[in-house]
Ligand binder design. Structure first.
Ligand SMILES: [Mg+2]
Ligand SMILES: [Zn+2]
Length: 183
């Protein structure tokens, strides 16, 4: 009963699904997972990981779309990526200037998940395409993988002090790295 689980925290935009620069996704019909995602999730699931998404959705705070629309996007994403299951999808709805306590890289949303689902940070990972994702993972004490999809390449250049445990060209290579740590 007290057994802890190991988890992968995924960023959403630019990590699991295509992100268009400057476009705030609110239409479920426009959700497009990267090609390597189903295989990556299968690999990680076989290795015993539980899946969570932690996302900054400042489009809500900026007034571009509603929480309801974000939930519709997530329902679509869950459906597209079946049989993989995301046990929880959490997001910060605030704009950066709202000075909230839940926007990545702040660890609050991750800490809540760790507590609620009995996650062992030492056996878990965060995968994302931004500096904020790496710092979020580091604050949680999980392993970090920066994928060079979407913003990844730029952020590596822009923030040379960024030190993820691994830099991967896509989610499948991130998954391969994580699974290899087991052996
Ligand atoms: Mg992202
Ligand atoms: Zn927030």
């Amino acid at each position: 009963m007290n057994e802890k689980i190991k988890a992968i925290f995924f960023d959403r935009d630019g990590t699991l699904i295509h992100e268009k620069p400057g476009v705030y996704l609110s239409d479920p019909a426009k959700v497009r997972p990267y090609k390597s995602v189903p295989t990556a999730l299968k690999l990680l699931q076989q290795a015993g990981y539980h899946f969570f998404i932690v996302s900054n959705q400042s489009g809500i705070g900026r007034g571009y779309f509603t929480e309801k629309e974000v939930n519709a996007v997530h329902a679509r994403l869950q459906k597209l990526l079946r049989p993989a299951v995301f046990e929880d999808i959490v997001f910060c709805p605030h704009a950066p200037n709202e000075a909230c306590s839940c926007r990545k890289p702040q660890p609050k949303l991750g800490l809540q998940l760790i507590k609620k689902y009995h996650i062992d940070p030492k056996c878990s990972f965060m995968i994302g395409d931004k500096k904020a994702d790496v710092e979020f993972g580091q604050a949680l004490g999980v392993g970090t993988v920066l994928v060079t999809t979407a913003n990844g390449k730029n952020h590596l250049k822009k923030y040379p002090d960024l030190r993820p445990n691994k830099i991967a060209s896509n989610l499948l290579n991130a998954a391969r790295f994580i699974v290899k740590q087991e052996k």
